[in-house]
Design a protein around this ligand. Structure first.
Ligand SMILES: O=C(O)C(=O)C[C@]1(C(=O)O)C=C[C@@H](O)C=C1
Length: 167
């Protein structure tokens, strides 16, 4: 029976740069997709959180770069608990699958392994091969896409761009 199950993942970045956030999130998603055999068509939605020290880019863009154009995505901040792991990107994927909960593979990489050592069963990763896989799955339109600044978003109240109505 197909049910919706959660697949968790987390990864850290060394610096809060757009490139690092996107590249780390692509790697995290690629590992989760490959470990579980996730097809975008079966993904109900995905929620990303970042720690407060990350503000250079929305990690959701990495999912669109990998072709998740129809998957509802949302980003938010993680709770800032004192002493918690810095520069961390977390994701929760809601996946429609026949698999039992126990067969879901959650993915924690880099310094995020310490968040859930009990779930840290990731086999060794060939990162060169992983990057080749990511390049093969990049969705060209989205790979260079940027978040739209409010001043250029026709839907934004303060926009200096005219909407379709010309208003
Ligand atoms: O799994 C993680 O990413 C954690 O940091 C662990 C944990 C938890 O205590 O279960 C804590 C905070 C997150 O919002 C989610 C889960």
């Amino acid at each position: 029976m197909t049910v919706c199950r959660g697949v968790r993942g987390a990864i850290t970045v060394q610096q809060d740069t757009r490139d690092e956030v996107l590249s780390a999130t692509r790697q995290l998603l690629a590992l989760m997709i490959r470990r579980n055999g996730i097809d975008a068509a079966d993904v109900a939605s995905a929620i990303f959180t970042v720690t407060r020290d990350i503000e250079s880019e929305f990690p959701a863009l990495a999912a669109r770069q990998l072709g998740w154009l129809e998957v509802p995505l949302l980003c938010g901040y993680e709770v800032s608990v004192e002493g918690s792991l810095p520069r961390c990107i977390r994701v929760l994927i809601h996946w429609n699958t026949d698999l039992p909960q126990a067969d879901i593979n959650h993915v924690y990489v880099r310094d995020a392994v310490r968040l859930r050592p009990d779930l840290n069963v990731l086999p060794p990763v060939d990162f060169e091969e992983l990057e080749r896989w990511i390049s093969e799955h990049l969705c060209e339109d989205q790979s260079t896409a940027k978040a739209v600044p409010a001043s250029q978003d026709p839907a934004s109240p303060g926009s200096d761009v005219k909407g379709a109505s010309g208003a």
